[in-house]
Design a protein around this ligand. Structure first.
Ligand SMILES: [Zn+2]
Length: 488
């Protein structure tokens, strides 16, 4: 009786201590706010900025996969930029890389300081005009939005960056360090221009301090019911494998089906792959993302996310329920292609499936194929047709990331910068070979609707978001000039 009593007391004390530890840790991730301040705003010629952006959107710069592009559209793009931003093109050194890659160098005052590369692409994906409200290449401003294919992905970056530069040049601004603007022509088809641009840097022995490309943006309420805006900065991106699964069967007639038919075996293999998800993992970047957002959430949410040593199984379980958060946890495998017989009454000797695999930063090609083979069993052959390894994770505890966070906060007060691993891909991955600080973020506020229309119908950007984006690039260029930043 007495022993039981002490036991209960012991358990109660332990529980109280545990709760105290959890609560103290939860308190530690509570968000620290910078003192309130006005948003940075500089006067710009808004009508001119919108007009120039609209002109860019009117160019049908589609670089199709496997087909010849309409080169007249691409030939016209650089002259258009030169006519709209005369100060920029008088000040910049213009390099053409791989035919249509536009690489601009804005020479800095101090040659010892490491350069910065700001990237975007001016090719766009095709658009099905019949499904759009306004023609996809009209570039019109309508009901508070600027419409057109490429408005979000990513002509907005080119327009905002050049407008910001043109404005600063008019005031006699000169950058401290070399700035490179790299606008490529075939990002959407994983083309060869950005690899050639990286070679251009490598051949000259130039290693950038940091690289900033498209990717994340300022989004509203990304998780946990936290009703605020966050600047999501991609610090890595997943790899890609196109895995081809060939399954052999025993030849036979369709009038006497059996379980050794290739098609029957293929369905079983596909089911097995579907049911054996890759292991969930909370990487340091994902933990940092979760804790940064949770800092603004309720006490109970913070209690969980501040104590992932205890709650990570629960968090993984919850994140697995939603496709977007599930993809942050693991390598994903999507069945995208199936091929059997061309004729309805013939059982093929071989049946084929294609899987689009998105490889998490902690996995690689070899591990993925090995695992798929172990799941699939005999009669099956698995090969990879196209492979891009996942990108290394760029640090968040350095001057470059701090400068980005500060610029976000200057222009968008109360918006916290948060790192994340991108499920999609960008051209910036090619720079990871010559630069360890590669970030993926466009300085705009994108709504869910705007993000969803990126490769879909009715792509458009709120005029206000476009104008705020110009302020972001203005402040970024200004901030790049101040303080002690890395030298050679
Ligand atoms: Zn893009």
């Amino acid at each position: 009786m007495e022993l039981g009593f002490y036991f209960l007391i012991g358990v109660a004390v332990l529980a109280a201590v545990l709760f105290a530890v959890l609560a103290v840790r939860a308190q530690r991730i509570k968000a620290q706010e910078r003192p309130p301040h006005e948003a940075f705003r500089k006067e710009i010629d808004e009508q001119k900025a919108i007009r120039d952006f609209s002109m860019m959107l009117q160019k049908k710069t589609i670089w199709p996969r496997g087909e010849a592009p309409d080169l007249a559209q691409f030939d016209a793009f650089l002259p258009l930029l030169q006519s709209m931003y005369p100060r920029c093109f008088a000040a910049f050194e213009t390099n053409i890389v791989n035919g249509y890659g536009i690489l601009l160098r804005w020479k800095g005052k101090d040659g010892t300081k490491l350069p910065v590369v700001l990237m975007a692409h001016y090719d766009v994906v095709a658009a099905d005009e019949s499904k759009w409200t306004l023609p996809p290449f009209c570039g019109e401003e309508h009901a508070g939005y600027i419409w057109g294919r490429g408005a979000v992905d990513t002509k907005c970056i080119i327009a905002a960056l050049l407008e910001a530069s043109e404005t600063l040049l008019a005031e006699g601004f000169a950058p401290e360090r070399d700035l490179y603007f790299s606008f490529t022509n075939n990002e959407e088809t994983g083309g060869d221009t950005t690899p050639a641009v990286v070679e251009w840097f490598r051949a000259r022995g130039i290693r950038p301090w940091f690289v900033l490309d498209e990717g994340g943006a300022i989004v509203h309420a990304p998780a946990f019911g936290v009703k605020r805006d966050f600047a999501m900065v991609g610090v890595s991106e997943k790899g890609v494998i196109d895995a081809i699964v060939n399954v052999r069967g025993v030849p036979g007639h369709s009038s006497t089906p059996k379980d050794t038919d290739s098609t029957y075996r293929l369905i079983k293999v596909c089911n097995e792959i579907e049911h054996h998800q890759f292991e969930a993992h909370l990487s340091p970047a994902t933990r940092e993302m979760l804790q940064s957002i949770a800092g603004y959430a309720s006490f109970s949410t913070r209690l969980v996310f501040a104590n992932l040593w205890l709650f990570s199984p629960l968090v993984k379980l919850i994140m697995s329920q939603n496709p977007e958060t599930n993809a942050m946890l693991r390598t994903t495998v999507a069945l995208t292609k199936l091929r059997g017989s061309d004729v309805i009454n013939v059982i093929p000797t071989t049946a084929q499936a294609g899987f689009s695999v998105r490889v998490a930063p902690w996995d690689n090609d070899e591990k993925v194929i090995k695992r798929l083979r172990s799941i699939s069993g005999e009669h099956t052959e698995i090969t990879s047709e196209y492979t891009v390894e996942p990108s290394p994770v760029s640090p968040t505890d350095n001057d470059a990331f701090a400068l980005l966070s500060e610029t976000v906060d200057d222009v968008y007060p109360r918006v916290k910068t948060v790192p994340y691993v991108m499920n999609g891909g960008t051209d910036s991955k090619h720079f990871t070979g010559i630069c360890e600080n590669v970030y993926r973020f466009g300085g705009f506020r994108f709504s869910d609707e705007e993000r969803a229309a990126m490769h879909g119908n009715d792509e458009k950007l709120k005029t206000e978001s476009f104008l705020d984006g110009i302020q972001f690039y203005l402040k970024l260029l200004i901030n790049l000039n101040k303080g002690e930043t890395p030298c050679n």
